[in-house]
Design a protein around this ligand. Structure first.
Ligand code: ADP
Ligand code: ZN
Length: 721
């Protein structure tokens, strides 16, 4: 009798056993079809001894229905799935689902029908049709995708197909990618770059788990250096994965990659079309995708022969996923490299304290690039005390910053103003009665966006048009905007310098690869004088004429008291400062603050990174915070306030009393209401010696809650809202 135990994609069901029919061959990792009641489900064959379930007698087993035409998941990946589920207290099924991230790919090679516009026009033009045709210029995709792009029903599009306005195109899902060429355009490296590149390349040649922290100042050529390690992997026929923190950065990366390797890499991110996703997935699994550049989800794909992982801007918070499986891609990348027995490079100019600590304790090898490439100097950094240099009433830029901008405009150089706040103003209130516009679904003010004339919630997307009268007291023309967002700063720049060409760079304005490319081209072509941007512009961009960076409000990130606030502020300001003076002209950075004496601001101004990290390490050591101690959060939520509160109390009431563990809460979360769900939090602070995950599993495992209650576990949390 031949049995197979399956990991299936329904976390609630758990693993199930099946009979392998005569003539069918499966092995651990095989992706198979199996019956479940009247349905057919997909499962992964797993080592039975690693996946406990209730024993079912042979006679009651149902037979598998067939194997899917994809390579079996390799041992290394199966162990990574297990480790991730175990470490982050997540269901195995949820982790496995991230691996099989393309339903289409599992069905094997195929063609799909996509549609594109012809040059015919409909006989009867309706406004809907006109809008659709307008929106679909230059697009080619399936009907479903086109209907999303054009925001019209599939029916409307089918009508256009029938009239020959849209024509079908058969697309081969598995057409091969062009192979990048390791020697296409090799740069001349300077001495320290060459030394670093050689360290990585020999690690790639030798194989074996080998984690590196590439710690190099902004503009030192970290990218050029890890490109050499990638070239080495390519020469050996091994695949390379590069993780980037944001899709907005991929555009600049792609260009550099193509210049260096003569072909584009394979992209992986959440907004890929289903055909692209399927093509990438299959090429990754077969080994025909040589270099994959992606967001954190690219980490769980079934690479055939991975030889190197690079995590660029490894300190970035966006590597932490805060929904579903709450994992940190930076840390899982290191674990993947460990299972695959390959090198991994974490690159950053401002590494996380956790990463520096790993280097200090000898677990990671630290590789330094201390100087900018080509003799460019790091910018000079000064603080501007807003109490000494107050901006004019209703304005936000202090006089010395305005003067410095004036100078740049006269010399034809560029300035960048950084404020990490989208929209026009973070709060709108009624001058007459004090009414404040709040989101009905979240504990949050509505943010005014003047460009789109909307008041919107940045947490759930709720939007309203700003009313003419106060909804509370009915007074007309009484609403005032409080505080600045980037739109308001851009307005101030235009008011002060009417001749200046101002560009805003936020996720609202740069929301597609085309718009990013256009922005970069205009900035490089000196068609922009002043850039006003959020954290989107703090990294990756290289504009040689940019010589002034103004930080509008350095204190913003320090509010809120989250564990990593100081570190995040340091990183953000150091990164944005790193945009100044990257060419031949020296850069200047002015930091507006009310607390020039705060440790993080003082360290930035003194250019004393070590002082900052030492102070930060000491503070964290005292608090038992990572990397010296460990944190975990439990987030309880429900649409019903009382239900959430009761569940949180039940959890709090059954908390274990252990010497190495301190449990805080439950308390209403700072975001007590988020997307219509009421939230409570507990925070666990444990010594490193404690078996944190086991403690949490034992604690929560025996508890039962009403259906509407969700209990999320966040190991090594980054968000405390
Ligand atoms: P980082 O990632 O450390 O900020 P980059 O790799 O972006 O640095 O390099 C900064 C700039 O210097 C880029 O424009 C890059 O092309 C250029 N550069 C760095 N090293 C070299 C080199 N060896 N030869 C030519 N250009 C280089
Ligand atoms: Zn909201």
């Amino acid at each position: 009798m031949n049995r197979a135990r399956l990991l299936i994609f329904n976390a609630a069901l758990g693993p199930l056993d099946y009979r392998v029919p005569e003539g069918m061959r499966v092995q651990p990792g095989s992706v198979v079809l199996a019956p479940l009641g009247p349905r057919q489900i997909i499962g992964i064959v797993w080592e039975a001894e690693r996946l406990p379930t209730q024993e079912v007698p042979d006679s009651r087993l149902r037979p598998l229905q067939g194997a899917l035409p994809v390579p079996p998941l390799k041992l290394e990946l199966r162990r990574l799935i297990e480790w991730t589920a175990d470490y982050y207290c997540a269901p195995l099924a949820s982790v496995a689902r991230m691996v099989l991230a393309s339903g289409g790919a599992l069905r094997g090679p195929a063609t799909v029908t996509e549609y594109r516009l012809t040059d015919r026009m409909p006989e009867r033009m309706t406004p809907q049709r006109a809008a659709a045709i307008d929106a679909l210029q230059g697009e080619q995709a399936t009907i479903r995708e086109l209907s999303e792009i054009a925001s019209v029903s599939e029916g409307v599009l089918r009508g256009l197909v029938n009239q020959g306005i849209l024509e079908p195109v058969e697309v081969d899902c598995d057409r091969p990618y062009i192979r990048p060429r390791p020697d296409f355009l090799q740069p001349e490296l300077n001495d320290s770059q060459r030394e670093a590149a050689e360290t990585f390349s020999s690690a790639v040649r030798d194989g074996g788990f080998n984690p590196f922290l590439l710690d190099g100042v902004t503009g030192s050529g970290k990218t050029e250096v890890y490109f050499e390690a990638m070239a080495e992997a390519l020469k050996r026929g091994r695949q390379v994965l590069v993780l980037l923190p944001e899709i907005a950065l991929t555009e600049a990366f792609l260009r550099r990659f193509e210049d260096r390797f003569g072909a584009p890499p394979v992209l992986w991110h959440s907004s890929l079309k289903s055909t692209e996703r399927r093509r990438a997935w299959r090429a990754i699994a077969s080994g025909d995708a040589h270099v994959v550049v992606g967001a954190r989800s690219a980490l769980f794909l079934p690479y055939d022969n991975l030889g190197l992982i690079v995590v660029d801007e490894a300190h970035e918070v966006s590597f932490k996923q805060d929904e579903g499986v709450r994992y940190n891609a930076r840390d899982v990348a290191v674990m993947r490299a460990r299972f695959e027995k390959i090198p991994v490079v974490l690159a950053s100019a401002t590494p996380a304290l956790e990463s520096l600590q790993m280097a200090e304790s000898g677990i990671y090898t630290k590789v330094d690039l201390a100087d900018r490439f080509g003799g460019a100097q790091l910018p000079s950094i000064e603080t501007l005390d807003l109490r000494v240099h107050p901006p004019q009433r209703g304005h936000w830029l202090a006089p010395p910053l305005v003067e410095a901008m004036q100078e740049r405009l006269e010399k034809g150089e560029q300035s960048l103003l950084f404020l990490n706040r989208r929209g026009y103003a973070p709060l709108t209130l009624c001058r007459h009665c004090g009414f404040r516009f709040q989101c009905p679904n979240c504990t949050a003010w509505l943010v005014e966006h003047r460009l789109s004339s909307r008041l919107s919630c940045h947490h759930c997307g709720h939007e309203v048009a700003p009313p003419d009268t106060c909804p509370e007291c009915g007074t007309a023309d009484c609403l005032v905007a409080c505080g600045p967002g980037v739109e308001r700063i851009a307005d101030e720049v235009t008011e002060r310098f009417p001749e200046a060409r101002v560009a805003m760079a936020t996720s609202d304005t740069l929301n597609s690869p085309e718009k990013v490319a256009d922005f970069v081209a205009r900035a490089e072509g000196r068609a922009i004088d002043v850039i006003v941007g959020t954290q989107l512009v703090t990294k990756g961009f290289h504009f040689p004429e940019l010589t002034l960076v103004g930080v509008v409000d350095a204190d913003l990130g320090l509010e809120g008291g989250d564990l990593r606030a100081a570190e995040r502020t340091y990183q953000q300001i150091a990164q944005v400062a790193g945009r100044a003076g990257r060419g031949s002209k020296p850069g200047e950075v002015l930091i507006q603050t009310r607390h020039p004496e705060a440790a993080v601001i003082a360290a930035l101004a003194a250019g004393d990174r070590d002082a900052f990290y030492e102070a930060e390490a000491e503070a964290r050591r005292d608090a038992g915070a990572p990397p010296f101690g460990r944190w975990a959060a439990i987030i309880v939520s429900s649409e019903d306030e009382a239900e959430a509160r009761d569940a949180a109390r039940t959890i709090g009431g059954t908390a274990p009393h252990l010497p190495d563990v301190m449990i805080l809460g439950p308390a209403p979360a700072p975001m007590a209401l988020l997307r219509g769900r009421y939230r409570y939090r507990l925070l666990i602070n444990a010594r490193r010696s404690a078996e944190l995950q086991k403690i949490i599993r034992d604690w929560l495992g025996g508890l039962n809650f009403p259906q509407g209650v969700r209990v999320g576990i966040d190991i090594d949390p980054y968000s405390f809202v």
